[in-house]
Design a protein around this ligand. Structure first.
Ligand code: CDP
Ligand code: CDP
Length: 226
């Protein structure tokens, strides 16, 4: 039987991480874990509970009493917060615009990382986020860092919104993405950063299948070395 690898996919917002991670996981019959969804779920809980998102202790307390479940589904992954399906609620602009503040708190990250490592303990996972290759799975056999220009990433989100029939302002999206990248890259704890041993793929002018093929080639190469 082929050895089951751990695959880490990091990169800034809308670089295509979750889209390609999902496809790679499906091709390998691995578990797909979207760590951003966990930070989003806590952010959603903080918003509906009227918590101060700068208050680290309050957020940690809330997280410690919260179960966040990621359930594989045909559409990718369903997200449950204490048994409530919040898959759609965690993608609202209110959550998106607060999640990077919630995610900067070291104690919140420590607990999230612990949970993420537990999900990955048996290997056979494709995990996407910001600090997977650097902190969550430092021994992952395959590490990928996806990049794309901020213009391209904003355009991708814009097209996605239009397809879903959501209102969308391209210039505003670009500003929001750039701000989130800035907070994620400049925070003290586990900032968004390419791991030294990660392979960088600039997806700006690549299609989704092209990115998937490049990652599958890295996986095959790694399996061949084992
Ligand atoms: O899909 P999108 O790029 O919009 O973001 P996401 O993966 O859902 O992540 C949302 C936010 O969670 C990021 O902007 C980070 O602030 C935070 N995050 C993090 O700090 N560490 C991770 N491993 C994953 C997400
Ligand atoms: O997870 P992350 O925020 O990095 O990005 P995503 O939600 O997977 O992808 C953002 C959008 O870009 C989706 O609508 C994808 O279909 C699209 N896209 C892509 O992911 N990769 C490309 N090479 C081209 C487009």
């Amino acid at each position: 039987m082929k050895k089951k690898l751990s695959i880490a996919i990091d990169g800034p917002a809308a670089a295509g991480k979750s889209t390609v991670a999902k496809i790679v996981a499906e091709k390998l019959s691995y578990l797909y874990i979207d760590t951003g969804a966990m930070y989003r779920a806590l952010t959603y809980k903080a918003i509906i509970g009227n918590l101060d998102i700068e208050d680290e202790e309050a957020l940690l307390k809330s997280l410690m009493s919260t179960e966040i479940e990621l359930v594989p589904a045909e559409s990718g992954q369903l997200v449950y917060l204490d048994d409530q399906n919040v898959t759609h609620e965690i993608r609202t602009a209110a959550v998106t615009n607060s999640v990077s503040i919630v995610s900067k708190h070291p104690k919140v990250r420590k607990e999230m990382v612990k949970r993420q490592q537990k999900f990955a303990q048996n290997g056979g996972v494709v995990m996407d986020g910001r600090d997977i290759g650097t902190h969550v799975l430092p021994n992952a056999e395959v590490k990928v860092f996806l990049r794309a220009s901020v213009e391209e990433r904003a355009l991708r989100r814009h097209l996605e919104n239009q397809q879903k029939g959501f209102p969308s302002d391209l210039e505003k999206l670009k500003q929001e993405i750039a701000l989130r990248d800035k907070i994620d890259s400049e925070r003290e704890t586990a900032p968004l950063k390419k791991a030294e041993d990660a392979i960088e793929i600039d997806t700006t002018s690549l299609t989704i299948p092209e990115v998937v093929d490049q990652i599958m080639a890295l996986v095959d190469e790694r399996i061949g070395q084992m």
